[in-house]
Design a protein. Structure first.
Lengths: 123, 169, 348
């Protein structure tokens, strides 16, 4: 019968390095516009990240009043009660790199970071 | 060889793997994307005591039992766990057969293959977008860590097992 | 095979930290190279979100971009009637005003398109825009009478010609749209003068590229799908160029089941119904692209295509209500357009 070592050997170290390097470069192997794992929120002169992996509702401050960022099954949308035309509500949900929700009156930007397919979008 | 002792050991390890996998499901998990993969400890011990086929049977037994008692036969959870189990065996068995890797290498390779297999199947069957791979940095790092942890635990267990080869190193 | 009996190091002993060092070095090396990334900054101004992204060393980029934003902020003040002493506010009171500098150039560019489009683009729509509440996000459907009166007043006024406005009748100008295009042009001019090699200035979809994009050489500009805000209807590949889009999906409101969008037909005073959903115009400068896009949207496919074909250096991508896409003759020759299926962003 085969014997198995229970103490780490140098080959294990080599495998560790290989796997660690692969893990580190894996984001670069993703295609542009891939589904992201978080969004960046810009509001009130600050920017912060919100993970897309857990569902939840968070308040986002705005000059017209708080909006609500809803994360649901891996995508984000904005519920913006104080905003008159509610354009931003129609812009969601977003999940892929480069997708963005902009609320002009309430000055909120929600964006999925990552490599984008295009340099700019005309709309 | 199908000795009663061998069968008893295997049954014990399958039961242990099932218990550990169940424990993991019951415990609260702050990071749903990360599994410790504790069931794999028993697969490693089986490799050490029963050889290659033992590890294969223990993995298959664990996946089957978890499917029957927790998940429903063809639920996504079962399909993903089977995919992960198969992928980890596909990596662990060759690593074992080369004879050049310890529990640590086998366990890390298995854990990494497990998440790769799951992500691949989830992408092909359920999400249909390459975006799940965005989770790789996160899950890959976790797989390396849990792989090391499981190898350590499996080594301790094997040292206490009277017929284990680990005690003779 | 199993002759290696020398006990390996236990976890946490020095041997395993060597791989960790190699790993750290590898990660550092890998994050240092790869595809060049632009320096990006966004600000809310001119009633939209303006994004400036440039390829330049960070320190130089920060300075140049900040000056570009300052220039656009200054133009925003010039082109708004908000200030009591501003030339536009004085025009609105019927005073005689001499238009100079930036304002004169904005008006000149707008008037050129107004003449060529027989008034389909009209810089004197201020009262109607106000009536519909579109500039202030307080939309309402004005009565037919209100619209008629505003149209009559607009018809009666002498549009300013050249740099000089005679005074007498009040002229209520709305230069918001074209001023945005002009601000983009000026920001690009400033960035180029500051030595920035390449970049994009995008004011809510009115954009201008300059220089060669590092990596692929050409710029990829997505055209938003009118039916779904996160999809692209197609992708343009351009060199240095300005691109602007007018669409009925950008800003609209619904009242009593009727949908009213924000592009008013100067002839009727109501939202234009020309069978088009979106018009994207490519032109050497952004102020012209902007005015042309509005004019073509109001004119409709047939007359709009003629206007574009006759305008030197202008090209267009028109999306009709039935989803058909019309391209002007120059596209395919230097400028490429790829139509997208849904989910284009999933493709590399």
């Amino acid at each position: 019968m085969m014997e198995v070592k229970t103490r780490p050997r140098i080959t294990d170290g080599a495998l560790l390095v290989l796997l660690a390097v692969f893990t580190a470069v894996s984001p670069r192997l993703l295609p542009a516009g891939a589904v992201g794992d978080r969004v960046l929120v810009q509001a009130g002169g600050k920017e912060w990240g919100v993970p897309l992996l857990e569902d939840g509702r968070r308040e986002v401050p705005g000059p017209l009043g708080p909006a609500v960022l809803v994360v649901e099954s891996g995508s984000a949308r904005l519920q913006n009660a104080p905003c008159p035309l509610k354009i931003c509500e129609r812009m969601g949900p977003i999940r892929r790199a480069g997708e963005v929700i902009v609320c002009l009156p309430n000055r909120i930007v929600v964006k999925v970071p990552g490599r984008e397919v295009v340099d700019a979008v005309t709309r | 060889m199908r000795s009663p002792a061998r069968l008893t050991t295997m049954a014990m390890l399958v039961a242990g793997a099932f218990a550990l996998a169940s424990l993991e499901r019951v415990l609260p998990n702050p990071f749903p994307m990360i599994r410790l993969g504790l069931g794999n400890i028993m697969t490693l011990v089986a490799f050490g005591t029963l050889g290659v086929s033992g590890g294969v049977w223990v993995t298959a037994g664990r996946v089957g039992l978890v499917a029957l008692l927790w998940g429903g036969l063809f639920s996504p959870a079962t399909v993903l766990s089977a995919a992960g189990g198969a992928a980890s065996l596909l990596v662990m068995v060759p690593l074992l057969l080369t004879g050049r890797f310890s529990f640590y290498g086998i366990s890390m390779g298995g854990a990494y293959a497990h998440i790769l297999g799951q992500l691949a199947v989830a992408t092909l069957l359920y999400v249909r977008s390459a975006g799940l791979m965005a989770l790789l940095p996160f899950m890959g790092a976790a797989a390396i860590a849990t792989g090391i942890l499981n190898a350590w635990v499996a080594g301790k267990l094997l040292a206490r097992y009277p017929g284990g080869s680990g005690s003779r190193v | 095979m199993m002759t290696d009996t020398a006990p390996g190091p236990a976890l946490g002993e020095p041997r395993l930290s060597l791989p960790l060092c190699i790993l750290l070095t590898a990660v550092l090396a890998l994050t240092g190279c790869g595809e060049p990334r632009p320096y990006k900054e966004t600000r809310f101004m001119m009633g939209t979100l303006v994004e400036v992204s440039v390829y330049a060393p960070e320190k130089a980029a920060v300075q140049a971009v900040s000056r570009a934003f300052d220039r656009m902020a200054q133009l925003e003040r010039v082109a708004h009637a908000g200030h009591e002493d501003s030339p536009l506010a004085r025009l609105r009171r019927g005073e005689a005003v001499v238009l100079e500098g930036d304002l004169a150039r904005i008006l000149e560019a707008g008037m050129a398109v107004a003449r060529a489009s027989s008034g389909a683009f009209d810089p004197a729509m201020g009262e109607l825009v106000d009536l519909w509440g579109l500039s202030m996000d307080r939309p309402r459907r004005p009565s037919d009478g209100e619209i008629g009166e505003a149209l009559a007043r607009k018809a009666g006024l002498a549009l300013p010609s050249g740099a000089c406005c005679p005074g007498g009748a009040p002229v209520w100008m709305d230069l918001g749209g074209v001023a945005k295009g002009y601000a983009v042009d000026m920001a690009v001019e400033l960035l180029v003068d500051a030595g920035v090699a390449s970049g994009v200035v995008n004011a809510g979809g009115d954009l201008r590229t300059f220089g060669r994009r590092p990596g692929r050489g050409i710029w990829k500009i997505g055209i938003q799908d009118p039916d779904s805000p996160q999809e692209l209807a197609g992708v343009l590949q351009v060199g240095q160029l300005s691109v602007a889009t007018s669409g009925d999906y950008q800003r609209y409101f619904e009242e009593d089941g009727v949908r009213y969008h924000h592009i008013l037909d100067p002839a009727t005073g109501y939202p234009a119904r020309s069978g088009l959903r979106s018009v994207t115009v490519l032109a050497p400068d952004c102020v012209t692209a902007d005015a042309l896009a509005t004019a073509v949207f109001v004119l409709g496919a047939e007359k709009g295509m003629k206007l574009l074909e006759g305008w030197p250096g202008a090209e267009g991508v028109l999306i009709k209500e039935d989803g058909t896409v019309l391209l002007t003759g120059g596209i395919g020759d230097g400028i490429r357009f790829e139509r997208a299926g849904k989910g284009i962003r999933d493709q590399g």
